[in-house]
Write a protein that binds this ligand. Structure first.
Ligand SMILES: *[C@@H]1O[C@H](CO)[C@@H](O)[C@H](O)[C@H]1NC(C)=O
Ligand SMILES: *[C@@H]1O[C@H](CO)[C@@H](O)[C@H](O)[C@H]1NC(C)=O
Ligand SMILES: *[C@@H]1O[C@H](CO)[C@@H](O)[C@H](O)[C@H]1NC(C)=O
Ligand SMILES: *[C@@H]1O[C@H](CO)[C@@H](O)[C@H](O)[C@H]1NC(C)=O
Ligand SMILES: *[C@@H]1O[C@H](CO)[C@@H](O)[C@H](O)[C@H]1NC(C)=O
Ligand SMILES: *[C@@H]1O[C@H](CO)[C@@H](O)[C@H](O)[C@H]1NC(C)=O
Ligand SMILES: *[C@@H]1O[C@H](CO)[C@@H](O)[C@H](O)[C@H]1NC(C)=O
Ligand SMILES: *[C@@H]1O[C@H](CO)[C@@H](O)[C@H](O)[C@H]1NC(C)=O
Ligand SMILES: *[C@@H]1O[C@H](CO)[C@@H](O)[C@H](O)[C@H]1NC(C)=O
Ligand SMILES: *[C@@H]1O[C@H](CO)[C@@H](O)[C@H](O)[C@H]1NC(C)=O
Ligand SMILES: *[C@@H]1O[C@H](CO)[C@@H](O)[C@H](O)[C@H]1NC(C)=O
Ligand SMILES: *[C@@H]1O[C@H](CO)[C@@H](O)[C@H](O)[C@H]1NC(C)=O
Length: 476
């Protein structure tokens, strides 16, 4: 352990050293570069274990409930003008100031030689990275759990062979690194591993839940990354989330879906990621760090497109429970299944959704003009670790469906709204980001709102006071 003393003195070296055999992430050569105690994260992987308990929480009621909070200054944040230096800058291709060193333009953040500190720098940073860490922990367990739970034969029958399973194992192990890097930047109070409850009973449901979970984990980070106070923390997290994006694509491929139909990956508010994640966490240790984020009520997409069907759009009430709205196979007959699917035309390979690098889907999962039938939960439900968070909303009457995908939030009116039944339907809009690229596509998000507030990728969080319920929508 040649690095122990060196890093123990470092600003961010924590008492997380539990895996004595962990491989240092920096090489020996790198250490000689720094003569002072380093600000690099600890080179030791975080202590972790294999979660052995799964299923719903059935312990005693939590003594502390609800999100973490201090004094709340206002119900929403008022729009304000753009920063003057961005307005004033002339993008004319010329240099407008002296250069700090050769071949280097003026400007940039964190470019003046100041020491990078790989730590969180505000409550915003702390809460955002803590949320990301909850995701890394669940993925570490979930991917291992699936491999341990389902037989090799079952994986094989969906075209997921031994080498593919090694990839899943590898993706699980990558989470050790992601969790370590985030925990290091958070310090000793970083959230710990929890126990989980998965809406999964076979390989297809496992793969679909994974591609949905990794999508909201990924989109959750994109939502806050450019807002972090700590640029160094953002840099480290970015280098994990790019791997998470690849995991999302791989799980789509294992489910026989086109790997990346969208041209842009959306970013979502932190409270959306937390809403989608929390119901799948059953319990956390007694001293677990709590989060500030909101839990919105679950939105159930009654005809959520089912990627395991040849005709995935022709479907009713075929999700597992919870806001992921991940697929259920319970009602799919063999001739309706797209694994080895040939439909009526045996030469038509695009009816097939066996694991592959890319699969064309002859019958789209969703399309403009599709009626989407909705049911949403009332607020006030206990969710998350030890059932200690409570779903809330300010909205008395939802009026719009917000389709959040790619670069866009597009609203469509809710029709036939029944407040008594908490049901409505809406119609998929025909919108595109750029010519030829349908905005509504891929694994994306839907919220019910009381107003059609205009938001763009950098201010999408301003939608939160208007959100009534939330779901993942499977558009392609
Ligand atoms: C978790 O279990 C896997 C086998 O399923 C094993 O390879 C791994 O070493 C275990 N990890 C820990 C931290 O015990
Ligand atoms: C570099 O920039 C940071 C913030 O932008 C500032 O706090 C710091 O004082 C600057 N350092 C130098 C050496 O100018
Ligand atoms: C798909 O076809 C392959 C090759 O015939 C077979 O091994 C596999 O079990 C089939 N999968 C399913 C789900 O029927
Ligand atoms: C989504 O994108 C894929 C790939 O570009 C395309 O084939 C498909 O038709 C799109 N789906 C929708 C609903 O537009
Ligand atoms: C949550 O439940 C677990 C398992 O029952 C228990 O060990 C833990 O102390 C509980 N956490 C809190 C904050 O009560
Ligand atoms: C959907 O199915 C569940 C059982 O899987 C049932 O409890 C629920 O009432 C159904 N909802 C609708 C709207 O059909
Ligand atoms: C495959 O079958 C689907 C559904 O019957 C049809 O829409 C599509 O045009 C067919 N594709 C080819 C290449 O024959
Ligand atoms: C796949 O889909 C694209 C776009 O819909 C189409 O142009 C192409 O011919 C399809 N290829 C096959 C082999 O089905
Ligand atoms: C909407 O409500 C009207 C009036 O009750 C009814 O005629 C219509 O069938 C409903 N539409 C849908 C799609 O449920
Ligand atoms: C969607 O809009 C495009 C461009 O306006 C149009 O060509 C296309 O027919 C529309 N599709 C539907 C299903 O309305
Ligand atoms: C979607 O985003 C693109 C790119 O920012 C924009 O040009 C387009 O107008 C947006 N579409 C809608 C319906 O908001
Ligand atoms: C979000 O940003 C857009 C500009 O990109 C602006 O027009 C809009 O008013 C902003 N929305 C809110 C709620 O601040």
């Amino acid at each position: 352990m040649p690095f122990t003393n060196f890093y123990a003195a470092g600003l961010l070296a924590l008492t997380l050293v539990g895996n004595a055999c962990a491989v240092p992430v920096v090489s020996e050569a790198a250490t000689s570069v720094f003569s002072e105690p380093t600000n690099l994260p600890s080179p030791y992987a975080i202590s972790h274990h294999n979660v052995t308990s799964h299923g719903p929480y059935n312990g005693p009621p939590a003594t502390t409930t609800g999100a973490l909070s201090t004094s709340v200054l206002a119900p929403s944040i008022a729009p304000a003008p753009a920063p003057p230096q961005i307005l004033q800058y002339q993008p004319d291709g010329k240099l407008h100031a002296d250069q700090p060193m050769p071949f280097t333009p003026s400007g940039g953040i964190g470019t003046n030689g100041s020491l990078p500190l790989y730590k969180v720098a505000s409550d915003f940073d702390y809460q955002s990275l803590a949320l990301a860490l909850y995701h890394e922990w669940i993925e570490l367990d979930l991917f291992h759990w699936g491999l341990a739970t389902f037989s090799d034969e079952e994986f094989d029958s969906f075209g997921i062979n031994a080498e593919d399973r090694h990839l899943i194992q590898h993706m699980a192990d990558q989470e050790i690194g992601h969790a370590s890097v985030i925990a290091n930047m958070l310090g000793a109070s970083a959230p710990k591993q929890c126990t989980y409850n998965y809406p999964v009973s076979n390989v297809q449901e496992f793969v679909d839940f994974n591609q949905k979970l990794t999508r909201w984990a990924e989109a959750g980070v994109y939502g806050f990354l450019p807002h972090l106070d700590s640029g160094p923390a953002a840099a480290m997290l970015l280098q994990s989330i790019t791997v998470e994006a690849r995991q999302q694509m791989s799980f789509r491929q294992f489910g026989g879906q086109f790997p990346m139909p969208e041209w842009h990956t959306p970013g979502i508010p932190q409270s959306w990621a937390w809403t989608l994640l929390a119901p799948y966490i059953s319990s956390c240790p007694a001293d677990e760090t709590r989060l500030v984020w909101q839990n919105f009520p679950t939105l159930h997409i009654l005809n959520q497109p089912n990627p395991a069907r040849i005709n995935g759009a022709d479907v009713w009430n075929e999700t597992t429970w919870g806001p992921a709205n991940s697929l259920s196979t319970k009602d799919i007959t063999p001739d309706e299944s797209c694994v080895n699917g040939t439909g009526t035309d045996t030469a038509n390979s695009s009816m097939d959704c066996t694991a592959a690098i890319a699969q064309n889907r002859s019958i789209p999962l969703s399309y403009p003009g599709r009626q989407v039938f909705l049911h949403w939960d009332a607020p006030g439900q206990l969710v998350g670790p030890n059932n200690s968070y409570v779903t809330t909303t300010n909205v008395a009457e939802p009026r719009f469906a917000a389709w959040l995908s790619q670069l866009n939030v597009t609203y469509t009116p809710l029709l036939n709204v029944s407040l008594a039944e908490r049901t409505a339907y809406t119609v998929q809009p025909n919108v595109s980001t750029w010519k030829g690229d349908p905005a509504v596509n891929g694994t994306m998000f839907m919220a019910l709102t009381d107003t059609d507030l205009f938001v763009t990728p950098y201010n999408v969080t301003m939608i939160n006071p208007h959100v009534a319920a939330l779901a993942v929508y499977q558009a392609g």
